[in-house]
Design a protein around this ligand. Structure first.
Ligand SMILES: *Cc1c(COP(=O)(O)O)cnc(C)c1O
Length: 401
């Protein structure tokens, strides 16, 4: 099977599976076996030392997990991919593989909450210097990178304010100083954004989110050149954080509809963003697809579509949030995103729960900021649902005055 001239949707359905089918099955099996047996001692030795293909032990490799890795690899157009138990494991293992005491990493203030904790809490105590720039301030990032760094770590669009950074421009400055350029592409998804084509070295996903798409399996993955991925795989296989075969299967199955889901999620997000802009109770709407977004032009240049994530700031802060969100019928109020169901939550309870109100304000997160991960419901029903919730919240806020 060759995917050279195929579009992403065809790859999403077919890629990575054929090598793993057994007994004429059309679907990849869930292999739960921890170890793999060999009758021929020489063959066993060859597999164990990497001279022949095969599996030895579940912490290292597993056929179901490999099928998942192969599919992501093809979707991202990478030479290689390796997987992890969660997105955070992918991020921390990737950083741990290449950072040593005395090294410097440049990134931005608005990375995912867990990533930000690694930058502010764990790396500094290992004598790794972390410089976090204003998200979207390209000149500042360039200046910091030019002072020299081992890693330039990016995330775009960011969580939850969907700020946009120019990937190609950042990859270029990273190359200038020989830095490893890493990006968290969880929000972009391979449907909308292929950072490897823009010069980035490593692409990371929390597979828990859009790749899996059904909020029922945790996972993470890193894609890039064979050489880099091999080093990260080696660190992970020895240390920890192996992806569970059942999670790999669920994510593999979810990925077959990735293009359909993400396509619909983008459509819904655009329509919902426009609808929210028309509401009196809404101060601000953040969505890269809106022309009012400060970096809409960059988003247009590097993304095929603008993603399923948006956020909006409510007048009256948390008081209004408390009236509005519980009234929504077709939304989970939960700390997740990327699923087929619409999911909502205040940023202060979800992505930025670890931060103080001051820290949130510093990255532009108002206390009444609501994050929306659009699902694949019909948009008319979502808007009707928001409309009745707004009507209720408007009444409540009036009465309380
Ligand atoms: C959720 C998320 C992560 C962490 O992934 P887990 O699978 O929850 O560990 C990292 N980056 C982004 C952008 C995320 O949304």
């Amino acid at each position: 099977m060759t995917f050279e001239n195929t579009k992403l949707g065809t790859k999403a359905v077919w890629a990575g599976e054929k090598d793993y089918l057994v007994h004429g099955a059309t679907q990849v099996p869930v292999v739960l076996s921890v170890a793999y047996g060999y009758d021929d001692m020489d063959h066993w030795f060859d597999v164990a030392t990497g001279k022949a293909k095969g599996h030895i032990y579940g912490r290292n490799t597993n056929p179901t997990v490999q099928a998942f890795e192969d599919k992501v690899k093809i979707l991202e157009g990478a030479e290689s991919a390796t997987s992890f138990s969660t997105g955070m494991a992918a991020i921390s293992n990737t950083l741990a593989t290449s950072l040593l005491p005395g090294d410097r990493i440049v990134s931005m203030k608005d990375t995912y909450g867990g990533t930000n904790k690694i930058f502010t809490e764990f790396l500094p105590r290992q004598q790794i210097e972390v410089t976090l720039c204003e998200t979207g301030n390209h000149e500042q990032i360039e200046a910091e990178v030019r002072k020299g760094c081992k890693i330039l770590y990016l995330e775009t669009p960011t969580n939850p304010t969907v700020k946009i950074t120019d990937i190609e421009r950042m990859a270029k400055v990273g190359k200038e100083v020989g830095a490893l350029v890493i990006i968290d592409n969880t929000f972009g998804t391979p449907v909308n954004q292929n950072p490897l084509k823009l010069g980035v070295d490593l692409v990371i996903h929390s597979a828990t989110k859009f790749l899996g798409g059904h909020a029922d399996a945790l996972g993470g993955v890193v894609c890039g050149s064979e050489e880099l991925v091999e080093q990260i795989y080696h660190y992970r296989e020895i240390n920890w954080a192996t992806m569970d075969p059942m999670a790999a299967y669920l994510t593999l199955r979810g990925m077959k509809t990735l293009h359909l889901r993400v396509g619909k999620q983008c459509e819904n997000a655009m329509a919902l963003a426009k609808y929210l802009q028309s509401k009196d109770m809404v101060d601000d709407v953040f969505y890269p697809g809106l022309e009012t977004h400060p970096n809409h032009d960059i988003a247009k240049k590097q993304m095929k579509n603008f993603g399923g994530m948006l956020s909006f700031a409510l007048k009256g802060g948390m008081d209004t949030v408390k009236h509005l969100l519980p009234k929504l019928q077709f939304a989970n109020r939960a700390a997740n995103l990327g699923a087929v169901e619409t999911t909502v939550g205040p940023a202060r309870t979800t992505s930025h729960v670890e931060c103080t109100p001051e820290e949130r304000a510093a990255v532009g997160i108002a206390e009444g900021l609501v994050r929306v991960s659009c699902g694949i419901e019909e948009i008319e029903d979502l808007i009707t649902d928001f409309e009745q919730a707004f009507a209720y919240a408007e009444e409540k806020v009036k009465i309380n005055k």
